[in-house]
Write a protein that binds this ligand. Structure first.
Ligand SMILES: [Fe+2]
Length: 152
């Protein structure tokens, strides 16, 4: 078993938990401001991130490694929606890169099961990334106020 791969799975796990916290915080802020559409999108993302975390924990257990989900990174909650989107976009790009790295390590370790799991999660991460890119484009095209009017 590759210790490098185990460490990477644990890093990805912490990243998923951090992402889930961030989406929940954003959902709550959007709720407070009446941006119902954005609230629902962030809630769905939070659930998806939680499902990714569970899948990684399951994989670590099946590899007889200890999942270490205890310390997600601190989340800087931004009340500015445009900055939220930019921050999420950056985090999402880093997450996609992290899964590519994990897949590479799984390939090197000859671990087909982990590779398939990470590829499946990566597909969902890429969908999130493209959703965030589309939100950032809309903010640019419509201006923040125009974008927010569509989110009520
Ligand atoms: Fe995720």
């Amino acid at each position: 078993m590759s210790q490098n791969l185990i460490q990477t799975l644990n890093d990805l796990l912490v990243n998923e938990l951090t992402a889930s916290n961030r989406c929940l915080a954003h959902a709550e802020l959007c709720d407070e401001h009446g941006y119902g559409r954005l609230l629902e999108a962030h809630e769905r993302r939070a659930q998806e991130e939680m499902a990714h975390a569970r899948a990684l924990i399951g994989r670590l257990i099946s590899l007889r490694a200890r999942p270490q989900p205890a310390r997600p990174d601190p989340v800087a909650v931004d009340v500015d929606i445009a900055r939220q989107i930019r921050g999420d976009l950056q985090a999402s790009e880093a997450t996609v890169a992290g899964y590519h790295q994990g897949i590479q390590l799984a390939v090197e370790a000859g671990d087909q099961g982990t590779r398939e799991l990470l590829e499946n999660i990566l597909r969902e991460e890429q969908e999130q990334l493209s959703w965030l890119q589309s939100q950032a484009n809309q903010v640019e095209r419509l201006g923040l106020q125009g974008y927010l009017r569509q989110q009520a």
